[in-house]
Design a protein around this ligand. Structure first.
Ligand code: ZN
Length: 172
């Protein structure tokens, strides 16, 4: 275990790296925590990357740079950027044929604002059922059962989405 006592929480990402932090969202925003596959899009107010702990191809998070936890605290610039990033992330997932359908989740229970962009795959519906009720079970299953090839596929999809953003994202 690391010795820095100021950092109170620990996470192990899906590549097996251990991270210590006070707030994961702040650690990601300050790039103190390096998320698997790297940042996909680094905006002015938010950034887009893969969920660090759950290896599902195209499972993305939008993370604000400010430590806030609610849509009601976002300013107009932040809202605009979040809207644009959701648009391009969903377009990327669909146009790159990663998944036909996604689920968006934002929980104020979390102390740092983030949005989950969760791709829906057939195996999820077949194994667990449809709808947000099952997201936690699906995440747990992916975390516990991802093979080396699954992880490679997740990293490959991250690269493809990053390329998509480079080629298509228009910040205006
Ligand atoms: Zn934070």
């Amino acid at each position: 275990m690391k010795s820095n006592k100021l950092e109170s929480k620990t996470a192990i990402d899906f590549l097996g790296n251990e991270w210590n932090y006070d707030c994961m969202g702040c650690a990601i925003a300050k790039e103190e925590m390096e998320i698997p596959g790297g940042i996909i899009y680094n905006g002015k107010y938010v950034l887009l990357g893969a969920d660090p702990e759950i290896p599902i191809p195209g499972f993305l998070i939008i993370n604000t740079k400010r430590h806030i936890n609610s849509f009601s605290e976002l300013n107009k610039e932040e809202r605009n950027e979040i809207g644009d990033i959701i648009l391009y992330a969903e377009k990327a997932i669909k146009e790159l044929e990663i998944s036909k359908e996604i689920t968006l989740v934002q929980e104020e229970r979390s102390n740092h604002f983030h949005i989950w962009i969760f791709p829906n795959y057939n195996w999820m519906a077949e194994k667990f059922g449809k709808g947000i009720t099952y997201l936690r079970d699906i995440s747990k299953f992916a975390k516990e059962n991802a093979s080396e090839n699954d992880i490679k596929e997740v990293l490959n999809v991250i690269d493809r989405i990053r390329e998509y953003f480079k080629e298509n994202y228009i910040d205006e």
